[in-house]
Design a protein. Structure first.
Length: 260
């Protein structure tokens, strides 16, 4: 499935267990969410840039995969700049919008933190194969096999949903229903896709039950999911990056605890 297929040139990180990538991303995000300041986010982003090079993604693949993050971060920063907490000197004010020292600092911290959390998550998940992830969740984290296989089947259907959407659009245009009324056309097409997906899901569930996927016996797995030194190294790297970022923020006095 091309939608979820890992990009080319990622052999170095592609071979690492997907569970380790998921754990490293969640651990780093949890640590960075403790504080909101530009120092910790900037330090984390600088350290992560080394891992981005090691991941093996080319510049074109990297920016294509992270394009949404580069758009969302400035937009969130702009909103924070205009409507953030007012403190210090006020530089501009109009109705509810106000730019001050506090809002500027908060906006910069927001942009950097979104980049520091979002970029490594996208890079790591871009190199994950859904089947490998299911193997890791079942064998390493010992999640219920029925849940894991059901989620895997659902992810595998995403590509089919995109094909169904295109076929529905072409069919409606052939019948003369797609020339006007974009909102009404979208609603009708979305409802048709919902009905089609429910029917396909029911058939898939019946087929999986018939093949014994819903049994209560302990499943065996065709491919092992090893979790060794490389996986632990990636998890430790995520924790170290977060810890160093927090330590630098505390040392510079910019640490701003947001939970308590």
């Amino acid at each position: 499935m091309t939608v979820l297929a890992p990009p080319r040139g990622t052999q170095r990180i592609h071979s690492i267990n997907p569970v380790a990538k998921l754990a490293a991303s969640l651990l780093l995000s949890a640590i960075l969410l403790v504080t909101i300041d530009w120092v910790s986010a900037a330090v984390a982003l600088a350290l992560e840039s080394v891992l981005f090079v090691w991941a093996g993604l080319g510049p074109r693949a990297f920016f294509r995969r992270t394009f949404a993050i580069w758009i969302a971060a400035p937009l969130a920063g702009l909103t924070t700049l205009l409507y953030g907490v007012t403190s210090g000197q006020v530089y501009w004010q109009f109705w509810l919008m106000e730019i001050s020292d506090g809002s500027i600092s908060l906006a910069v911290a927001t942009v950097l933190r979104i980049l520091a959390i979002g970029l490594p998550a996208v890079v790591l998940f871009a190199t994950i194969d859904p089947t490998d992830l299911a193997d890791g969740l079942a064998q390493v984290w010992h999640l219920p096999s029925r849940f894991v296989l059901g989620a895997l089947a659902g992810m595998r259907l995403i590509g089919l949903f995109l094909q169904d959407w295109r076929q529905l659009e072409l069919a409606r245009r052939a019948r003369g229903l797609g020339d006007s009324g974009r909102v009404r056309r979208f609603a009708g097409q979305a409802f048709a896709l919902l009905v089609l997906s429910i029917r396909r899901g029911s058939k898939l569930a019946t087929a999986m039950e018939a093949r014994g996927f819903g049994g209560s016996t302990v499943r065996t797995w065709a491919r092992p999911s090893p979790f060794g030194a490389r996986e632990w190294l990636l998890v430790v790297a995520g924790a170290v990056i977060g810890a160093v970022a927090i330590a630098v923020a505390v040392a510079t006095g910019s640490f701003n605890l947001i939970i308590g």
